[in-house]
Write a protein that binds this ligand. Structure first.
Ligand SMILES: *[C@@H]1O[C@H](CO)[C@@H](O)[C@H](O)[C@H]1NC(C)=O
Ligand SMILES: *[C@@H]1O[C@H](CO)[C@@H](O)[C@H](O)[C@H]1NC(C)=O
Ligand SMILES: *[C@@H]1O[C@H](CO)[C@@H](O)[C@H](O)[C@H]1NC(C)=O
Length: 297
């Protein structure tokens, strides 16, 4: 019995010694990796270091016709081109409104280079590329990867914290004439688990907004209370239209995440391009394809 008492009391002395002296010293010499000790979902790939020592999954099929892959070209951006302002619209899903994501001259340039390449925008059903102008009526144009486009690719990656395994898709301009529209749809495809990748996020950028109508509508989102949002949102929305509608404003963008950390899609990301009533709208889609090595979702 006496020996047990002795052991217990020495333990009581050791506890404060550990917390006051030993632990701070350990922290000093072995700073912990914030990613690994963070509570919660450790699958958040932002915390994973990029693959080293040849562990890259060779089953990844990255298609350069669809993705803006690194081809060794250096990106040179105009001085002072990253001057946008952000407003968090929603946390879950993450939706961020971005004022001045593109400068006026960047937006004009993209419209200019898009002009020679327009073709009717397709619709994708489960497997087929089809067309149904009651669902989608617009023309689209694949943008060449010139220095302005590359600078915007790099801005879009930087905005998302240079997340590993995230690839900016080749960018398309979408042109909507009067009555041009796209009915409600998702940008994600639901292929995270079977094919390993899916479209993690979307920037809807307005390149040209000389129009009436043509707002981007999210019927499952709610308008924030503060009236300052009415600068960007249609606060006098027509009867019968639900949710939130972002007004097309040249150079501005709506950014949203399509997928949860487990790869499933957010129902709130269901959205539409409302019909243009007068004039012309040109939008820019910047989609981010996320394809981690197998088993990382
Ligand atoms: C776009 O093209 C027009 C006409 O060709 C030209 O006047 C204008 O300077 C161009 N703008 C940009 C930003 O390239
Ligand atoms: C896709 O197209 C093929 C041939 O045109 C047709 O047989 C098939 O039914 C279509 N599938 C879907 C899902 O529309
Ligand atoms: C939109 O207008 C342009 C120029 O007038 C025209 O070439 C194009 O075919 C129109 N597209 C649609 C979908 O109406």
């Amino acid at each position: 019995m006496p020996s047990l008492n002795f052991n217990l009391s020495s333990v009581f002395y050791l506890i404060p010694i550990y917390f006051l002296i030993v632990a701070p010293l350990l922290r000093q010499f072995f700073p912990s990796d914030p990613g690994l000790s963070a509570p919660g979902d450790i699958r958040d790939a932002a915390y994973y270091a990029p693959e080293e020592d040849g562990e890259e999954d060779t089953s990844l099929q990255l298609n350069a016709e669809v993705l803006s892959l690194d081809d060794g070209e250096t990106v040179v951006c105009e001085l002072g081109s990253d001057t946008y302002r952000t407003h968090i619209f929603s946390y879950n899903p993450l939706v961020v409104y971005i004022e001045g994501f593109l400068s006026a001259s960047e937006a004009d340039h993209l419209v200019n280079v898009s002009l020679p390449n327009y073709h009717p925008s397709p619709l994708y059903s489960s497997q087929n590329k089809t067309s149904d102008t009651t669902k989608r009526l617009s023309d689209r144009s694949l943008l060449p990867r010139d220095s302005v486009v590359r600078c915007i690719e790099s801005r879009a990656r930087a905005f998302q914290g240079w997340k590993p395994h995230l690839y900016i898709e080749r960018m398309w301009a979408q042109r909507y004439n009067v009555s041009g529209h796209y009915t409600h749809h998702y940008d994600w495809v639901g292929t995270a688990r079977d094919r390993g990748g899916d479209r993690l996020s979307t920037f809807m950028v307005y390149l040209k907004a000389d129009c009436k109508g043509g707002g981007t509508n999210f019927p499952r989102m709610r308008r924030p209370r503060d009236n300052r949002w009415c600068e960007f949102l249609d606060c006098e929305q027509q009867e019968g239209r639900e949710g939130v509608t972002f007004k097309p404003i040249k150079g501005n963008a709506v950014f949203w995440e399509n997928l949860r950390a487990d790869g499933s899609g957010y129902p709130e990301s269901w959205h539409a391009a409302f019909p243009v009533e007068e004039g012309e709208k040109v939008g820019l889609n910047i989609w981010s394809w996320y394809q981690p090595p197998r088993g990382r979702w």
